[in-house]
Design a binder for this molecule. Structure first.
Ligand SMILES: Cc1cc2nc3c(=O)[nH]c(=O)nc-3n(C[C@H](O)[C@H](O)[C@H](O)COP(=O)(O)O)c2cc1C
Length: 267
């Protein structure tokens, strides 16, 4: 925010402190504790800079910090850092129109194995996808062996004629354990869907072909796939993605899009 209010959010901070203390007692020191402490320190420093010294908060932070084991050299992330418009524009300056236009659903793959390093790189990129409260509910399962791919694809109805050529079959899921309120009941589809989109574009940027594969199935099929793959029941399956290298030449569908005037409603 441009001008955060000094001392704002004290109740939330108190709750965070007591939750953190309970968490630390139960689970010990880990990255979550470190990130939370860094965020609390940033909050304390901001207030101090603006003439508001919260002694109680500082003492609580120090107490929690004392519990950090000596052997830990983790500094973690959390809190804030400054960026400039210039640095953002420099990194974001790419021809996104050409990039978007050159992604097609690929249904013809070259018989070349996709190295797992590429999948790891793509997942690392997709990790930057925004998610509600940064809860990062999405996960990716990768299937590589012919037997596993065949098994997984046998539950999906839209891959006939090309699924067997995919070098990797991914299943993107969003874990419902990250959501607690009734109002969040559809959040997994949004966060998981956005994650899947990032992943598809990340794979595209690495030169790989992808085809999203719908998971529009009844509960019994969903249950059967989860059982066959050990995917937890709390993990909602967002979609599968067939991944492979591109052949030198291939046909893709034209799939024309509606004109902007039809979808952009300017009020
Ligand atoms: C969630 C989702 C599920 C899809 N499921 C399938 C599928 O099961 N089989 C298939 O051949 N294509 C599938 N597609 C691909 C769409 O048909 C394709 O994205 C659309 O026709 C636009 O074409 P384009 O991706 O080449 O631009 C799916 C796409 C999405 C986003």
């Amino acid at each position: 925010m441009k001008e955060p209010r000094v001392g704002f959010g004290r109740e939330t901070i108190q709750r965070l402190l007591s939750n953190l203390s309970a968490y630390q007692q139960k689970y010990g020191f880990d990255e979550t504790v470190q990130i939370t402490l860094n965020a609390l320190l940033a909050y304390y420093s901001f207030n101090l800079e603006h003439g508001f010294k919260d002694e109680h908060l500082y003492e609580s932070i120090l107490k929690l910090k004392e519990a950090i084991p000596i052997y830990s050299n983790s500094t973690g992330e959390g809190g804030i850092f400054k960026v400039t418009k210039k640095s953002i524009l420099e990194d974001a300056h790419i021809d996104l129109r050409g990039f978007f236009q050159s992604r097609y659903s690929i249904r013809h793959f070259a018989p070349v194995e996709v190295n797992m390093c590429l999948i790891e790189q793509a997942v690392a990129m997709a990790q930057k996808t925004p998610s509600v409260c940064n809860r990062q509910s999405s996960k990716v399962y990768v299937f590589s062996s012919d037997e596993d791919k065949q098994k997984v694809l046998s539950y999906q109805s839209g891959n006939r004629g090309f699924g067997d050529q995919a070098s990797k079959v991914l299943i993107v899921v969003s874990d419902l354990e990250n959501f607690t309120l009734i109002g969040e009941r559809n959040q997994c589809w949004i966060d998981g869907g956005m994650y899947a989109m990032s992943l598809v574009y990340a794979l595209h940027s690495l030169g790989l072909g992808t085809c999203c594969l719908n998971w529009s199935v009844e509960r019994s099929v969903d249950k059967a796939l989860k059982k066959a793959t050990n995917i937890k029941d709390s993990e909602s399956i967002i979609m599968m993605i067939a991944v492979g290298h591109l052949p030198e030449e291939l046909r893709v569908t034209q799939s024309p899009r509606k004109p902007v005037q039809e979808v952009l409603v300017i009020k």
